[in-house]
Design a binder for this molecule. Sequence first.
Ligand SMILES: C[S@@+](CC[C@H](N)C(=O)[O-])C[C@H]1O[C@@H](n2cnc3c(N)ncnc32)[C@H](O)[C@@H]1O
Length: 277
Amino acid sequence: MSSGSQPSASGAAIPDEVYGDSIFDHGRDTEVSRLSALTEELDPVTWQCLQAVGVAAHWHCLELGAGTGTVSERLARVCHQGSVLATDLDLTYLPPPDDTNLTVRRHDVTAEDLPTESFDLIHARYLLCHLRERNQVLRKVVSWLKPGGWLLLEEPAQFPITSSPHSAYHTVSMGIFSVLAERIGTDCHWARHLPQSMAAAGLTEIGVHVTSSLVGGDRPMSRFWRLTLEQLAPHIVDGGHATAAQVREVATQLADAGFHDLGMATVSVWGRKEEMP
Ligand SMILES: C[S@@+](CC[C@H](N)C(=O)[O-])C[C@H]1O[C@@H](n2cnc3c(N)ncnc32)[C@H](O)[C@@H]1O
């Protein structure tokens, strides 16, 4: 566990906090609801993308940062002649070990390795944006794919919020992005570069699906963003990114079924490691 900042050689502060140290700690009362809202919004999208890739029953799959494990559990049912390894820094919300083809393992993707050329499919959603080492991690993950194997990465992108016509929603949401960038190094612009980054990492047959989500009322992306705001509100106000009144206004808007705006986009990109000649 780490927190706070260290001075760099230039004297600038380098944050040493990572996802889960304090922000998005799985021990928080509302964290499972926040991640479940994400699952409700995005699992259908993930399955649409996996159908485009064409998952086969004999595949050996890896899910990184598996969260609540819903994608891994379904993958394990589909790949009933193969296997699924679900990994995360924190296993609190993942199913306990059993004798099925689903294995759950604590694994820090920034620090630990896995055997090269072992998986037919690797999936990660809303993970690499939060890792400062995201470009190295991408290259490492590609090395774990078998020749012919597929990588599906799904990451949030802030561009629909950057152009929001609602002033308070825009200001407060930009505050969320700033706090996440300052505290844990999150980059919600990175997804915009993913097709090129995955091609540069050596993948071919690149495909993409971009999802827009509505916020306002009880919609899942609205719940996800409201619970994210609830956690980050003190940092947003203390950091001068928005006023307490703006934060209250946006919390009310996000709970209001009559409020309509776009939440973050989700950029899903898949690509294939070339077969041996
Ligand atoms: C925003 S959640 C997304 C969960 C899930 N992928 C989903 O989309 O529903 C990010 C997940 O990545 C995990 N995580 C964060 N840093 C990690 C790391 N360095 N290695 C492995 N998992 C990590 C977190 O514990 C959390 O479960």
